[in-house]
Structures are given as C-alpha cells and as structure tokens.
Design a protein around this ligand. Structure first.
Ligand SMILES: Nc1nc2c(c(=O)[nH]1)N[C@H]1C(S)=C(S)[C@@H](COP(=O)(O)OP(=O)(O)OC[C@H]3O[C@@H](n4cnc5c(=O)[nH]c(N)nc54)[C@H](O)[C@@H]3O)O[C@H]1N2
Ligand SMILES: Nc1nc2c(c(=O)[nH]1)N[C@H]1C(S)=C(S)[C@@H](COP(=O)(O)OP(=O)(O)OC[C@H]3O[C@@H](n4cnc5c(=O)[nH]c(N)nc54)[C@H](O)[C@@H]3O)O[C@H]1N2
Ligand SMILES: [Mo]
Length: 745
C-alpha cells in the first residue's frame, strides 16, 4: 500500500568514502549469516579488498551505532575455513556420506534445472517442495522461484508454522493488521519527535528483546525507553536482564499464557478500567469477551500459571492505568498449540484499553512494498495449482496463507497422500536442526525424495543428510541487496565490498535458475535491475538508494480514524465488521472458537498429572543466546567460546532433587525421545521449570553421523502436533526427566 512520498535520511558523508587509508562503505547488515533486523553499518576495507573492521553507523536512526556480537564478529564468518566455496554434487546413493564432487556453476545449474524439469514433466510441479528458514531477505526470492517453477508448495517443515505467523495471522483476522510496539522507530528524530510519547509501561511477554532483536525490533530501544522513564512488566518464567528491572515479573508456567491474559482481561473489565470510548466506537464483541473472561478469576488462574493472584491483579491495573501502555511479545506466544487463542487474549488487553494507533502504544505494521507475504510473483502460479497446496483440512490456513501446513507436508512425505512428493529446494534452512519437530520423521520422509537441493553457506546436518546438490551462498558484505524490514517501514541498500569468489548471492542464484523455468517471471538482466523493480513504489532506483538509504514510508498516528487502514479507504480496521473483533467472525466462519480461550498444554501438570511420576519437570526450549542464530555460528571460534555446548538451565534445588550436577552431560527425556546437553544450575529458572537450548550440532563432529545431530536435537522431544487452526505447536512446553549420560540407560 503506497501512501505518499518516502522519507530519506540526510547523511553527513557519501555512501562510500576514505578514512585513514581504509575505504568505508555504508551498508546494511542482513544475511548470510542469520539475522532478523538489518542494522545500519559501516564496513572498513583495506587496499587489498579485505574486510578489516565493522562498525554500527552512528547516524542510523535505527541502531544509533550499536551492533550485536554476531555482527561485530562477521570477519570470522566471512573468512571461516568451514565455508563451502564451490558448488557440489553428490550421487543420490551417497546421501549422508561425505562424498561430494566440485562442479562449475554452469554445470550445477544445468544439473539442477534438468532434474527439476524432469520431476515436473513426470509427476507435476506440485510434487516439488520449496522451503526457507526464518526472516531473511531470501524469502521473497524463494517464493518467486517456486512460482516460476509452478509449484504451490512452500513449507518450513515447522510444526504449526510456529514463528510469528500465528501472531501475524491472528492479528490480521481479529484487527486487520499486525500491530507492533511503537518505540518511535517510524521517526528519524526518534524519541525527540514532538508527536511521540514515551510509553508509561511496556509489557514484555514471552520475549527477550535485548538478546533476540526479533522481527525488526531492535532490543535496545527498550533500554532507551527505560532511560526515559518507561516501566516494564515481564511475563517469562526466566529471570532476564529486563525482568530484574521491572515493576512486575510474572514467572508464568510455560504454555499457560492464555489463562494469564484472560485473567488480566477479567480484572480490567470487572474493575471498569477499560477505555469505554474506544470499545464503543472501534471494537466488536466486547460483551462476549467479558463473559469469557469471567471464567478466569485471578485466584483460579494463580494456580494454573503459578503466578500469585496479587501480581496478576497488580500488573493488569498497571497496564490499564498507563497512558499509553504497549506490548512487545515474542515467539513463546507461538510456541504453544493454543497460539491463536493466546495471541488473541494478549492483544485484547491492549485493544480494550485503547492503546491502538496512539503514540507510544501499538501501531499497525502495514507492509512495505508488495513483495512480502508470499505475494511476489504469485500471478505466475498456473491456474488450478493453488488447490493442490498441501493444507489438509486447515481451511483458515488455506485461505489466509500462501504457504502449506507444514504438519500436513510431513504427513504427505510419509503417506504419499494426497500425492507423492519427489523433490525439494531448501534455501537458508536447516530444518533437521531447527524447525522440524521430531526431526527423524522429516529425515526419513525426505529420504524418499528423488532430488534435493540445499542453498547455504556452510555444510549443515540437513545438507549432509539430504542434499544431492549444494549451492554455496556468499555473506552480506560480499553482495548487493535490499533490506526490507518487517517491524519498521524502511527500505535500505546493502552494498557489496568483498569479492565473493566462487559463491553467489541467493538473489543471483534464483535469478539464474528462475530464468530457466520462466523467463517472463524473471525478466531482469542483473540483480540490481531486479532490486529497482522491487523498489518501484518507493520512487528510487537501486543505485540511487545507496546514497539515501534507508528510506521510510510515510507515517502518522490514528490511521483508523482517517481511513488509512482499510483497502476501501473507509474509517476503521480491515475486518468484516470494520472494527477490532474481540469475537472474531473469521474464526467463527472456519469453525474455530471466536473468542480467546485456554487449554492446558499436553503433556503437562494440568492435563496429564499421572505422567509427573515419570517426567516431573516442565521443560521450555530455545531461549535465544547472544552468540548464535539458531543452528548457526557453531563453527565460529570466538562466538562458540561464549557458549560452547548445549545446556539445560535448571534451578539448583531441582538439580539436587534429580541427582544431576553443574557441567555434567545429561539426557533430557520425555515420552517421545531424548537429547544430550550439559547441566547449568541457575536461579534464573524457577523450581520445577527447566529450559533447554535448541538447534545444536557439532560442526567438528563426524559428518556421516550428521555432526551428532540426533544426539543433541531437543526437538526429538517435540511432536508434530499443531493447534486446531493448524497454527502453533508446543515447542515451549513438555514434561521431562533428566539423568546423567551413562546412568540408567
Ligand atoms: N541471538 C539470537 N537472536 C535471535 C535468534 C537466535 O537464534 N539467536 N532467533 C531469532 C528468531 S527466529 C526468533 S523467533 C526470535 C525469538 O526471540 P524471543 O521472542 O525473544 O524468543 P525466545 O528467546 O525463544 O524466548 C523469549 C523468552 O520467553 C521465555 N519463555 C519460554 N517459555 C515461555 C512461555 O511458555 N511463556 C512465556 N511467557 N515465556 C516463555 C524464555 O524464558 C525467554 O526469555 O529471536 C530471533 N533472534
Ligand atoms: N526447540 C525449539 N526449536 C526451535 C525454536 C525454539 O525456540 N525451540 N525456534 C524455532 C524458530 S522460532 C525458528 S524461526 C527456527 C529457525 O530455523 P532456521 O531458519 O532453519 O535456522 P538457522 O539455523 O538460522 O538457519 C538455517 C540455515 O540457513 C543458513 N543461512 C543463514 N543465512 C543465510 C542466507 O542468507 N542465505 C542462505 N541461503 N542460507 C543462509 C544457515 O547457515 C543455516 O544453516 O527454529 C525453530 N526451532
Ligand atoms: Mo523464529
């Protein structure tokens, strides 16, 4: 949606200049390696074209010169001896064996195109899967390649599509758009902007923003705001850096957030603390919500969530009395089978208190440019193909999404229903180590495919186990690119400063391959021409963008009152009633509960108490670490040294109770499987709740043992089992026991 002229940043220097004998190039950090945001950076190269330094750009309105450890260590990634530097092919019979043959790009691309075309001719394009991992600037190019080939099947092999998708889809259904915390990121002058207001309270719910900087949200904005007087409420079982500085820390039992949110709604409604004007004018279904919330009195919910009732009541009052309050939520909301009900309950707190589209509240995240969300190139998908998209009976998913139900894809791999699959293109994705629940199912299911391509920068367990062709990508200093960030409405230029050698960018690879499938879909002569096309709404050509990057879309508050949030230009929200639907018509029409609801996580102390004898500990997984992005950076020495092995964070009382000790290797086991890690005794975790790292493998391990993947994968304990809508899965709640490796096996 274009809303007028883009704003551009005035820089004190050109995009490239000399300083102390070095060339400084302004750019954006993105991928590879993994990152979720795209900070403004300065790359310092010497006369031999070597990267010698990287700094945050102090003129950036986004990160104000700050960078994370992974960016500061980018040199070790770029020059890592572990990188794959040439295309490689392996015989299908040798999958899992370290037997690769180096080939030229021409040969690799011919081989890929021939094999993919053969499958299309023999079995149909729908039998070829396309996948990509999280949040990279790779996604839209992978989508477009799929459309050029003619397949409708994009998948992450991720139970319940459990990353941001449930929150985005949920808010789109109930409020017409995703809403994000207003930390003044839409303004160049930020906190000083006269229209901006520092929130009185920010609720940080199932998110650790300073470590994770997730989804376009720069975590240190929270610290900036705390310095300007903002108070915080943290909802997290773990003691985080912000939690110890917050007014309220609710150490909720994993997977019970919906009950907590419903209890807070009940307090706000019963005590008449909600915003009557906003509810009367802009909300639909308030009475029904009030009725539902009555089932969640604070003292009952205190038992469910293991949070004292007075804290629930106090936090609810504090949110309702704040002018404004805002929400920064995280992936813990999606990592439960009840993701849709949970997200709906949490967002309703901020809706009925009138914190929508106000300065310092929650602002609509309208899409920048039209290339995101699986839409770019969708017109090239042949007629009738979308009906073949693998969604099972998840009708909301089929209607609201352009991708598959990943759970149904795994069923399809195993049962050959509704049809047999034959190939896969995996780009920026290490599913066996990260996204896949029960990774053995995916490993075995994928073995049935005739042809698999992996596009990555390092050899991974997924590539070693499954790939027939490996196409090596370059890192971000080695390529031009665009950063189009969700979470802040800007477009930025990434500028190449290093020679990529015999590696290529994802964009170039997809342009080369895409042209062969459908030249009309990929008509450009260069990636730069393609970027200019992507940028067309902004009014800038790619070359011009370098100088003025980043450019921001126009922005204003109270857009629902001005007809700026609906496609028809009327006031209100893009929902069937034009209001925020606390009782959701779309859910109702798909046979789903129209109101927020809570169901005990399964297994769990509330649903399967009989399992507690055998599996006494509640387990959450995957809390982000400073030094790695999921399965990445395990082979980068300095980053690995910060956190050398997977750990289980466990309260020292629990460690004693279950007979395990600091730094000991243990098995964490549930009814489905087990994974190995080291004990870390810490009071950061409450008694009865432990937290295990995810996405572990040993790049130094035996390739033919898939780098210890199946020993270390915590997802051995996570089933493919989404919620009733198909969205959300229990990556953050199960029941386990722990025991020393070698004991009782
Ligand atoms: N350094 C680094 N940054 C990353 C990533 C990375 O791997 N490394 N990954 C990126 C990706 S893809 C994502 S999705 C984001 C995610 O980033 P976040 O949303 O911050 O996700 P997590 O760190 O998994 O979890 C956040 C907090 O939720 C708590 N938690 C665990 N279970 C529950 C629960 O049931 N309820 C509640 N309320 N809290 C719970 C954890 O203790 C943790 O402190 O980070 C992104 N950024
Ligand atoms: N138990 C448990 N499991 C989880 C989670 C959890 O909290 N708990 N979190 C889940 C979440 S939220 C997510 S999003 C997934 C993440 O899952 P993934 O996105 O698969 O994770 P990554 O390891 O970051 O990336 C996969 C691969 O992409 C490569 N790569 C990085 N950048 C680029 C690039 O620019 N181009 C290309 N071609 N390749 C690149 C990396 O080398 C890596 O091998 O994991 C999920 N798994
Ligand atoms: Mo994620």
């Amino acid at each position: 949606m274009s809303m007028g002229e883009y704003r551009k940043l005035e820089h004190s220097k050109p995009w490239q200049y000399e300083e102390d004998g070095l060339t400084v190039t302004r750019s954006k950090a993105w991928t590879a390696p993994g990152c979720h945001i795209g900070c403004d950076i300065k790359l310092y190269t010497d006369s031999e074209g070597k990267l010698v330094r990287i700094e945050g750009d102090e003129e950036s309105p986004y990160n104000h010169g700050r960078l994370c450890a992974r960016c500061l260590d980018i040199k070790e990634v770029v020059y890592s001896p572990d990188r794959v530097l040439h295309p490689m092919i392996r015989e299908k019979a040798d999958r899992g064996k370290d037997k690769w043959r180096q080939v030229s790009w021409d040969d690799a691309i011919d081989y890929v195109v021939d094999n993919m075309n053969n499958i299309k001719e023999k079995y149909g394009a729908e039998t070829f899967l396309f996948t990509h991992g999280t949040g990279r600037d790779v996604m839209q190019y992978a989508d477009r390649l799929m459309y050029a080939y003619g397949s409708p099947n994009m998948t992450g092999l991720f139970s319940g599509l459990s990353c941001y998708v449930p929150r985005i889809a949920g808010m789109s259904c109930t409020a017409g758009s995703l809403y994000i915390a207003d930390c003044s990121q839409a303004w160049f002058d930020r906190y000083d902007n006269p229209e901006y207001k520092v929130p009185e309270v920010m609720v940080i719910w199932g998110n650790n923003p300073i470590v994770s900087n997730a989804d376009g949200f720069f975590g240190h904005w929270v610290v900036d705001l705390m310095k300007r007087g903002m108070k915080t409420i943290v909802i997290d079982p773990r003691v985080t850096w912000i939690a110890v500085r917050s007014e309220y820390h609710l150490r909720v039992r994993p997977g019970t957030d919906a009950a907590l949110a419903l209890a807070m709604l009940n307090v706000i409604i019963q005590e008449d603390l909600y915003n009557h004007d906003f509810v009367d004018l802009w909300c639909y279904g308030f009475d029904e919500l009030a009725e539902r919330a009555k089932d969640f009195p604070a003292d009952k919910v205190a038992d469910i969530c293991q949070v004292p009732a007075e804290k629930i009541v106090g936090a609810a009052r504090m949110i309702a009395n704040a002018r404004p309050a805002t929400l920064q939520w995280g992936v813990a909301i999606d990592h439960t089978r009840e993701a849709m009900g949970t997200g709906q309950a949490v967002s309703a707190i901020f809706e009925i208190t009138g914190n929508i589209e106000v300065p310092g509240g929650l602002i609509a995240n309208t899409q920048i440019l039209d290339v995101m969300g699986g839409q770019w190139g969708r017109e090239f998908l042949p007629e009738g193909m979308d009906e073949k998209r693998i969604c099972g009976n998840y009708q909301l998913m089929r209607t609201a999404m352009t991708s598959c139900s990943d759970d149904e894809v795994v069923n399809c791999l195993e049962t050959d229903q509704p049809y047999k699959l034959h190939g896969a293109w995996l780009q920026g994705h290490n599913p066996l180590a990260c996204m896949s629940a029960d990774p053995r199912r995916v490993y075995e299911g994928m073995q049935k495919l005739d042809f698999i391509v992996v596009v990555d920068l390092f050899m991974t367990p997924t590539a070693m186990g499954l790939a027939d062709v490996f196409l090596p990508v370059c890192t971000f200093p080695e390529r031009d690119g665009l950063s189009l960030i969700c979470g802040i409405q800007q477009a930025g230029a990434m500028n190449q400063v290093l020679d990529p050698g015999d590696t290529k960018s994802d964009m170039e690879i997809n342009l080369l391959v895409g042209k062969r499938f459908n030249p009309e879909c990929w008509p450009w002569d260069s990636v730069q021409d393609m970027f200019t096309e992507v940028l067309k709404d902004s009014g800038y050509k790619y070359d011009e963008l370098r100088e003025v990057s980043p450019v921001y879309v126009p922005f204003e508050y109270h857009r629902h009152e001005k007809g700026l949030l609906r496609l028809d230009g009327k006031v209100g929200f893009e929902t069937p009633t034009g209001r925020i639907e606390l009782w959701c018509n779309i859910y109702n029409s798909f046979g789903l509960d129209p109101l927020p609801y809570f169901k005990e996580p399964e297994p769990g102390p509330g649903s399967t108490p009989d399992m507690l004898d055998e599996y006494p500990l509640v387990l959450t997984t995957g809390a982000r670490r400073w030094n790695s992005f999921h399965s990445e950076h395990r082979q980068i020495p300095r980053l690995r040294a910060m956190h050398p092995e997977p750990v289980l964070d466990i309260n020292p009382e629990d460690a004693r109770k279950y007979g395990v000790k600091q730094d000991e290797w243990i098995w964490v086991e549930n009814y489905l499987g087990r994974a190995k890690c080291m004990v870390n005794e810490t009071y950061e975790m409450p008694e009865g709740i432990a937290s295990a790292d995810h996405a572990w493998w040993h790049p130094e391990g035996d390739p033919e043992n898939l780098y210890d993947l199946f020993d270390l994968a915590i997802n051995n304990l996570v089933p493919f089992k989404p919620g009733p809508s198909g969205f959300g899965a229990n990556y953050k709640s199960t029941l386990v026991r722990v025991y020393k490796v070698g004991r009782g096996e």
